[in-house]
Design a protein around this ligand. Sequence first.
Ligand code: SF4
Ligand code: SF4
Length: 222
Amino acid sequence: MIVGKLKEPAEIRAMIKGYDKVLVLGCDGCVTICQTGGAQEARVLARLLALDESGGSFSCQTVSRQCEWEFLKEIKDQVEQSQIVVSTACGIGVQAMNEYFPAIATVPALDTEFLGMPVEHGVFEERCQACGDCMLHLTGGICPVARCAKSLMNGPCGGSQDGKCEISPNILCAWQLIYDRLTQLGQLDRLLGIQEPKDWSLSRDGGLRRMAREDLILDDEE
Ligand code: SF4
Ligand code: SF4
C-alpha cells in the first residue's frame, strides 16, 4: 500500500487561500488503511479548514480510488461546483484528478511517503521501492533495496551491530534479517552467489515508467 501523512493545516490553508468553494476529496484506497485520507479523515479536515475560514463553503466527498479515472466520473458535479479540490489521496490521486478535471486545481493534503505495510497498529514501514527488477526470491523475501540503508546487494556493510543498522538502533539490519531468513529456509548457499550490478534503468532513474498489458488494451472499435 501507499503510505502518506497529513500535511500541517497551515500549509493546506495557504494552498486554498482566496477560494470560497472548496471540496475536500478522500480516497477509499491505501490512505484509508493508513488512516490519513479516507472518508473520516477528509470529513475532519473539511471541518478543520471550515473553522478557520470566514464565509467559505467546505464540502466533502470520497471516491473508491482517486488514482483511477473511471471512479472520478461519479464526482463530476461536485468538482465542477467547486473552485478548488483538496485531495487527501496519495500523489497519484492528486495527479489523476488534475488530469481528469483540468479546469480545476486539485492540491495535495498529504505527503506521500512510501510503499509499505502496517507492522503494528498505527505503525507503517517501507517494504518496496518499486525497483522494476524484483530479487526477493534471492533474499528470503526481504528487500535489500528498500530495507538496507545503503541498498547493498551482496551482504552487509561493516556497521551492523547486534542485528541493528548502523544508521539507527531503531532499524533492523536488512542483511541480518536476510541471513536469518535464509538460515530458516535452509537456503544460506544463496549468499555465496555474487549479484551482478543491478539494472537501475528499470528503476526510477530512467524517467517515467510505463507498463502496457497488450491483452487488456481495447481496440477503438471495442
Ligand atoms: S527488490 Fe525491487 S521490486 Fe522487489 S521488493 Fe525490493 S524494491 Fe520492490
Ligand atoms: S547495517 Fe545492515 S541495513 Fe544498515 S546499511 Fe549496513 S548492511 Fe545495510
